[in-house]
Design a protein around this ligand. Structure first.
Ligand SMILES: *Cc1c(COP(=O)(O)O)cnc(C)c1O
Length: 392
């Protein structure tokens, strides 16, 4: 057994982060206090968005963003199969019908040509989507300008699943500024770029969407007399004006998040440097390395390589795990999950995502990795590949 284990992702917490949480514990507000607004302001500033709403997870954020964008029973929502299940489940929570668009074989993001083809067919059959949820896989933005053109032509709304992409940019502007979408959702799970333990933030430029998100985050309850149906009985009055949820974040989490957000530029710079180093180390290996569109600057949540042959993936994965290297696989195509098979999806429907999945392996990538850790990962990988080639 290896004496140490290098995880594929992990949080990077300093003493000042701990002090920020400690200060909340000593304060009057453990929840619904001032740390929430500080964190929201930090995320809004980084994303260059007017509004930010902190919630208990990105999954919760995707759910109430779908609702705030008017998604309900019978609506069609499209996303990609190469994502975490939450990107599709959010639509199902609203009673909508989910469908998928295959990915681009180079970037592993939503394929613009597959989207255009599917839309052309859907227009003929009267099955156009109301909402598209592109996912910025590994922290690389999708081609949002191309998506926005199609959204204009076919009349659907765009919600960005930016769970991987806080700190990324597209066309020289931060992901989350919603130039090409109505809203975007970031995740603050510990393996993501910045953490709050569990948490998510929805960003938008749209005041109406913002107001609905605030209501839906907290039971559909308002204390704002302007939003109430009746006259308040007194200062204690509140009204539930629609069916909302309890999706609030605590001030402990928000204080951690605000402290972490001050490190976002450093975290992203470090991830970019680590990816550049991986690309150098693995350049001649025969592995397929990530491709980046010229207009994108990824935040690099994940570093995924593909084995030339699917048969090589499992042995490589097992050998790396045995060496104490926490490789992982992102993602099992969502439509192949049993609970999506129940909806009628079948393997073979999204061949690019399935072929990608059969060869993909995520190498460790987080800000606590040192250059010698990367060398260790690369050595193990290259040795395994050359040993198996000679056996082969
Ligand atoms: C992590 C993740 C989510 C969900 O984030 P949580 O904060 O864990 O709810 C959604 N979409 C993608 C693509 C993710 O990677």
């Amino acid at each position: 057994m290896a004496e140490r284990f290098i995880p594929y992702g992990r949080q990077d917490i300093d003493e000042d982060d701990i002090a920020a949480v400690d200060a909340v514990l000593r304060s009057d507000w453990l929840t619904q206090g001032p740390a929430i607004e500080r964190f929201e302001a930090a995320v809004a500033a980084a994303a260059n968005a007017r509004y930010a709403v902190a919630v208990s997870s990105a999954t919760a954020g995707l759910h109430i963003a779908c609702l705030a964008l008017g998604i309900g029973p019978g609506d069609r929502v499209w996303t990609v199969p190469n994502t975490f299940v939450a990107s599709a489940n959010c639509a199902r929570y609203c009673g909508a019908m989910v469908d998928f668009v295959d990915i681009d074989p180079a970037t592993y993001n939503l394929s613009i040509s597959a989207l255009a083809e599917k839309l052309a067919v859907a227009e003929k059959t009267g099955e156009l989507p109301k909402l598209l949820i592109p996912v910025h896989f590994a922290g690389q933005s999708c081609d949002m300008a191309a998506i926005a053109q199609l959204a204009e032509r076919y009349g659907f709304t765009v919600l960005e699943d930016a769970a991987h992409a806080v700190g990324a940019s597209y066309g020289g502007e931060p992901v989350g500024n919603c130039r090409y979408s109505r809203a975007a959702v970031f995740s603050f799970h510990p393996v993501k770029i910045v953490t709050t333990g569990e948490g998510g933030v929805v960003v938008t430029q749209d005041e109406d969407v913002y107001r609905r998100l605030l209501l839906l985050r907290s039971h559909g309850i308002t204390r704002d007399p302007a939003l109430m149906h009746g006259k308040p009985d007194g200062a204690w009055s509140y009204e539930q004006v629609e069916l909302g949820f309890h999706y609030r974040m605590t001030d402990l989490q928000a204080a951690l998040g605000a402290s972490q957000m001050s490190k976002l530029p450093r975290f992203v710079a470090r991830r970019r440097a680590l990816v550049a180093r991986y690309n150098e180390l693995l350049g001649g290996s025969g592995l397929v390395l990530p491709a980046v569109l010229p207009q994108t600057e990824p935040s690099w949540h994940l570093y995924v390589v593909q084995t030339p042959d699917p048969a090589q993936r499992r042995p490589l994965f097992d050998a790396m795990r045995a060496a104490g290297i926490g490789v992982n696989v992102h993602y099992i195509p969502v439509h192949t999950q049993p609970d999506f098979q129940h909806l009628g999806f079948r393997p073979g429907q999204f061949p690019v995502a399935e072929a990608y999945y059969s060869r993909a392996i995520s190498l460790p990538l987080h800000t606590r990795l040192e250059d010698h850790d990367l060398a260790f990962v690369a050595d193990n990988l290259l040795n395994h590949l050359s040993n198996n080639a000679s056996k082969g």
